[in-house]
Design a protein around this ligand. Sequence first.
Ligand code: AMP
Length: 131
Amino acid sequence: MSIFSRIAEGEIPSYKCAEDERFYAFLDINPVAEGHTLVIPRREVDYIFDLDDEELSALHVFAARVARAVGRAVPCRKVGMAVLGLEVPHAHIHLIPLQGEGDMDFRKEKLHLSDERMRDIAARIAEEFAK
Ligand code: AMP
């Protein structure tokens, strides 16, 4: 089972932001910006573009709902979206609150946020998602 499947199953803790029967969203533990969120399908598939059209569409519709919640919870100009998948072999979408294009630079040093801060951000996103 992938680490992200174990997170979605609750076996490994995460800063949960949103979920439904098919998808799960949680904070990236090495954020490039405050509110950096990952959205995954519960079904374990490595490469996002191996998802069939229906699942790929549904993942994006769910990610859009999460992105709107992130945008309301975290001050930013817009929420950006990226797909890398070079590290974890379980399809996922990165949602990143943007102030400028540099916020999408995955090579820069990651933020070090306290557990309390991460909990607070996730709780705010979850609250907005539930609205
Ligand atoms: P990539 O597969 O290249 O899209 O990168 C995987 C992303 O998952 C990285 O941004 C990691 O910081 C993030 N990540 C890895 N393990 C965890 C975890 N246990 N909880 C939250 N995020 C994680």
